[in-house]
Design a protein around this ligand. Structure first.
Ligand code: NI
Length: 153
């Protein structure tokens, strides 16, 4: 009960009101969920369910957003392969209006990590992100698609 009061106060500070609802599901499903959220370090089910809902809303925002979305793209490559360095640079200049910033980390003598933050319409951001990770010579690439936060509570 104390927790609910605390959450209500927190939500009020954010400008929203907390609603309470109950969910019915098979025991096995709930056990699996509890085990997952314990491993992930959630302190309670409510926080875990809120995160699931927010994740789904971000996916929807990506599919239908009229406004901007954001993505962080990480690529790992060998800088001795000049062709990949050149292509990465070329791409970033070509799509510079979608690129907020780039961080470069020298991982060891050969490997570099570049994280590119993109912002723009979902289709454009997806296009640039896909081009970055699929560049020949990129050993590993990952896209973290997220939101500007405007549409999210
Ligand atoms: Ni480097």
């Amino acid at each position: 009960m104390k927790k609910l009061v605390r959450e209500k106060k927190k939500a009020k500070r954010k400008g929203g009101r907390v609603a309470r609802f109950s969910i019915s599901m098979e025991e096995e499903l709930l056990e699996a969920f509890d085990s997952l959220i314990a491993r992930k370090g959630y302190s309670n089910r409510s926080e875990a369910v809120r995160d699931l809902i927010r994740n789904r809303l971000v996916v929807d925002e990506w599919e239908h957003a009229k406004g901007d979305v954001v993505a962080a793209v990480a690529v790992v490559y060998d800088h001795n392969k000049q062709i990949v360095v050149g292509r990465l640079m070329e791409l970033q200049h070509q799509f510079q209006k979608h690129i907020v910033c780039t961080t470069h980390v020298h991982l060891d003598e050969n490997n570099c990590l570049e994280v590119v933050i993109l912002r723009g319409k979902p289709r454009s951001v997806r296009e640039v992100a896909d081009k970055l990770v699929s560049l020949r010579g990129v050993k590993h690439g990952a896209i973290m698609a997220t939101t500007t936060g405007k549409e999210l509570v």
